[in-house]
Design a protein around this ligand. Structure first.
Ligand code: ZN
Length: 309
């Protein structure tokens, strides 16, 4: 594993202690590698080799590790949100599969990615499993922030914080995943310490987003109201909107660092981008949020005036 030395140290200690918690909460920004580390924890817990837990990592060679690597382990349950919200039925389905004995007779692990997408009802259902977990069952929840989850859920988890990785570590991960070195260096700088933003995508597509974001930043001051609204409509339809906004956020942040003095318009854009990204987790009307962003209506009272929340 490249990077995440501190969380890995915490986890190795926790796994090696002989008293593995029934639930972990990995929290930190999107794409930083929480799910990647969750799978490593699953590997250590499910590994058939005796010393795996004490070492805090799977052997990589036994039947269990090999099945995990091919995403084909009957005792690893992964709940990935299909939509913006995860309903109570999805949690119940997971609970039902956890009600049987583990197939391999050992432990069992369930990973719930982006647990902040659980509805309140779904969270309350999950709480039952956290309060009385089935024997030899371990859950790993991931979220951007701890405070996105019910306090009663958080209090039953061992919380592990994940920070963005240094650019050098991101670059090494990207190269190890097959990204060409000359692209890896440029992309490591733009992904804000979160290799997951790049992996699984076409590097050329990301380079194109950077180019478009730079072009928008150049023209932003001089855009007419009509052009701003067209931009809002265009971006609202874009696939991978979050990634495009985050790319723009990086470009805007870099402009601000290069300015000799603070320019309110740029600071508003930076604040506006952060808010739009936050709203996207909360299912706010994207079109409205983008219009406000591009029209430069990002005053302090922006949220109250435009979204009534
Ligand atoms: Zn193994």
């Amino acid at each position: 594993m490249v990077g995440h030395e501190r969380p890995l140290r915490v986890l190795r200690r926790s796994l090696g202690s002989g008293r593995v918690p029934h639930a972990y909460l990995f929290w930190g920004p999107d794409g930083v590698g929480k799910t990647r580390v969750a799978r490593e924890v699953a590997r250590a817990l499910l590994c058939g080799e005796a010393g795996a837990l004490a070492r805090g990592e799977g052997c990589g060679a036994c039947r269990s590790c090999r099945r995990l690597d091919s995403s084909n382990h009957p005792d690893l349950h992964v709940l990935v949100p299909r939509g913006a919200r995860v309903g109570v039925e999805e949690v119940r389905a997971l609970q039902e599969s956890l009600s049987f004995r583990p197939f391999e007779g050992g432990r069992r692990v369930a990973i719930i990615s982006d647990a902040f997408r659980l509805t309140r009802e779904a969270s309350n259902a999950l709480l039952k499993t956290l309060e009385e977990p089935p024997a030899d069952t371990h859950l790993v929840l991931t979220a951007h922030h701890r405070d996105q989850l019910l306090p009663t859920v958080v209090s039953r988890c061992q919380c592990v914080r994940f920070d963005p990785l240094p650019d050098g570590a991101v670059e090494r991960i990207l190269v190890s995943e097959g990204v060409e070195p000359h692209h890896a260096q440029a992309l490591a700088r733009v992904c804000g310490g979160r290799p997951g933003r790049v992996l699984g995508r076409e590097p050329g597509e990301l380079m194109e987003w950077i180019r478009q974001a730079e072009e928008l930043a150049d023209r932003w001051d001089g855009l007419t109201a009509g052009e701003r609204l067209r931009l809002g409509a265009e971006w609202a339809r874009a696939q991978d909107l979050r990634d495009r906004l985050e790319t723009l956020q990086w470009v805007v942040g870099r402009r601000i660092r290069r300015l000799d003095e603070a320019v309110p318009a740029w600071l508003d854009r930076q604040a506006g981008l952060a808010r739009v990204l936050e709203w996207m987790d909360r299912n706010v009307n994207t079109q409205l949020a983008l219009d406000a962003l591009f029209l430069g209506l990002a005053g302090q009272d922006w949220e109250d005036r435009w979204l009534g929340s």
